[in-house]
Ligand binder design. Structure first.
Ligand code: GCB
Length: 594
């Protein structure tokens, strides 16, 4: 649960400059670098990816550990509390030390973790915080990868996903204190009947005895109390409820309190949007009304800071989403910073929340010039990957379950969904997701090879999400053929499955400033015309309930002959200037508005 400041809890932000050292010789763990000040002249800003900050290419290409260190002061008056360090993300593996003591080890680069450091620190004194971050992707991680060693002994990271393997402390670092008896977790499920809303809540406590009692209070956006209840679980009922709606967010505040002997022991508040989500036939319903997704697959990707979260950049990205008329996005291809989810909650942007399970298709090796392999076999996407996949699904649902903006889980992007073993792999993961969250539909994103006649897993899911590139990777430059192929395939999906279809990716690489009167790939006009063609088809296929263009902005990738300083399918450039397609999208998505 996200830490917060209130009457019983305190939170100190540890972002800023850290000492930084690259562990070129993989010596840090053996030599126990955490036991003393790091021997280095380098400093680094947190949060940020470290890759693009330094002039030394060896740092950018480094595969292995890098070390961060700073002094942290524990406020006076924190005696008697439990004290924690929290990392919102360490990509991809984090080892945390307080002075000489390891306090946490976490694998998974896009989800938070924390360590109880109470026994290792003292209120009013300082400690040395050291964090070793490893960027390696292996056969067993999510996303998976492999490390190759060059003839001269350099280690190189290989992976099958199309975004640069940025690494480091991408999100905030915190020190916080909570009471010994406390709210450990809160789960809310909302609903409404006519004008009456309901908030079912369930509170999990740590350290409580029969002397402790729990109460829940709901306030409206003006701060007026609208409902209260007693007990660790219950239902709050709201007369004349104001719903959370796409484009018209409304948030109540739920405050849960723990009391003993008439004294407040702990309190935790969270924003609550009352809304429902349901899939019915080909429709995707939010608050019982058909919803049509417009927007993008995005990336956490900016010049210089890479995947580092930055609030100013976030505000600008949301401004551009609003300007263009997008009502939604997918967190392609990993969970985004919690600040992003909170912002979407507050501003009524609908989110398809995706796990970091990307690159689970070993047949892709052939496309990239290697030898094709079977996907679901030992040493490939096997039990070890499945265990990591279960972990990220569990952690993601735990982190994001209370966000009204999240309407759909995407448990993987473009896995192999046509090969033997795919059903056995995905069946249990779908069951797990449904068990963790019975309130939201579950989907995965289908790759272009897995057409309706080939895909063997689509029926396991609630929605059909498709990434299609007719007119780009297939029928390049031939929009007439592409149109027939696209329409034919969409109709086949609609006939085969009585489920809504969301086009989660369609797009064309575009070099800003390149113009043509012909259907010329890479030109700005071609990108706009390509999108127009897709939209004309979507408008003819009723089952299509969503259009999310690939991508919101240009983004960095690994080196390759298919990419020119990254992927250029952005509707905005990497520095967020509009290409011609941005205006075309705005005309469609804001039709009738200004
Ligand atoms: C895809 C992937 C996305 C790529 C995109 C592309 O299907 O899901 O990660 O960046 O295609 O541009 O090739």
């Amino acid at each position: 649960m996200k830490p917060q400041n209130n009457a019983t809890r305190e939170l100190v932000n540890l972002d800023g400059l850290f000492a930084f050292k690259v562990d070129f010789d993989r010596a840090g763990l053996g030599e126990k670098w955490y036991e003393k000040p790091l021997e280095t002249k380098l400093e680094i800003g947190v949060p940020a990816s470290y890759n693009d900050l330094f002039s030394d290419q060896a740092i950018r290409d480094h595969v292995g550990y890098v070390w961060y260190q700073r002094e942290v002061h524990v406020p006076r008056g924190w005696d008697g509390s439990r004290i924690f360090v929290r990392l919102d993300a360490a990509t991809h593996e984090g080892l945390v030390y307080v002075n000489d003591k390891q306090v946490a080890h976490h694998i998974g680069g896009y989800l938070p973790f924390e360590a109880d450091v109470t026994d290792h620190v003292r209120a009013g004194e300082s400690f040395r915080l050291t964090i070793a971050v490893n960027n390696e992707l292996t056969q067993a991680t999510i996303p998976p990868g492999s490390i190759e060693v060059t003839a001269d002994g350099r280690r190189q990271q290989k992976y099958l996903h199309d975004f640069y393997n940025y690494a480091g402390l991408h999100r905030s670092v915190w020190l916080f204190r909570v009471p010994a008896v406390r709210v450990e977790d809160v789960t809310v499920v909302t609903g409404f009947e006519a004008s009456t809303g309901s908030v079912d809540y369930a509170v999990e406590l740590t350290g409580a005895t029969s002397d402790h009692s729990v109460s829940a209070t709901l306030m409206d956006a003006a701060g007026t109390q609208v409902a209260t209840a007693e007990g660790a679980a219950g239902t709050l009922s709201i007369a004349d409820v104001v719903l959370w709606q796409p484009g018209a967010a409304y948030l109540y505040t739920l405050t849960v309190e723990v009391h003993a002997d008439g004294q407040l022991v702990d309190s935790y508040s969270l924003p609550v949007g009352v809304r429902t989500v349901e899939v019915r036939g080909h429709q995707f319903l939010i608050n019982n009304e058909p919803f049509h997704f417009t927007g993008f697959g995005m990336h956490e990707d900016h010049i210089t800071i890479g995947k580092g979260h930055n609030n100013a950049a976030m505000v600008n990205d949301f401004e551009l989403l609003d300007w263009i008329g997008a009502n939604s996005f997918r967190t392609s291809h990993y969970p985004y910073a919690e600040e992003v989810m909170d912002f979407a909650d507050r501003h009524g942007i609908v989110v398809i929340d995706e796990t970091p399970a990307v690159g689970l298709h070993l047949g892709f090796a052939a496309v990239l010039g290697g030898l094709p392999r079977k996907t679901y076999e030992e040493g490939g996407i096997d039990d070890a990957v499945s265990a990591s996949h279960r972990q990220v699904i569990t952690d993601l649902v735990k982190r994001d379950k209370n966000h009204p903006c999240v309407v759909l889980w995407s448990i993987a992007n473009e896995p192999n969904g046509a090969e033997e073993g795919a059903r056995e792999y995905f069946g249990p993961l779908v069951d797990l997701t449904r068990e963790l969250d019975p309130t939201r539909p579950v989907g995965y994103v289908n790759v272009m090879f897995d057409t309706p006649d080939k895909c063997i897993i689509a029926d396991l899911f609630d929605v059909i999400m498709l990434n299609r590139y007719y007119g780009w990777y297939l029928s390049t430059g031939d929009l007439k053929t592409a149109e027939q192929q696209l329409e034919g395939e969409l109709n086949a999906w609609a006939k085969l499955h009585n489920k809504p279809i969301i086009m989660t990716e369609y797009g064309a690489d575009t070099q800003p400033g390149l113009h043509s009167i012909y259907d010329q790939p890479w030109s700005e006009e071609y990108q706009a015309k390509f999108l127009d063609m897709y939209h004309a088809v979507f408008d003819r296929v009723e089952a299509v309930v969503g259009e999310q263009v690939w991508n919101f902005a240009d983004f960095q990738t690994s080196n390759g002959i298919m990419r020119v300083d990254g992927n250029k399918k952005g509707v905005f450039t990497r520095d967020r200037r509009p290409k011609a397609a941005a205006f075309a999208l705005r005309r469609r998505w804001r039709a009738g508005q200004n």
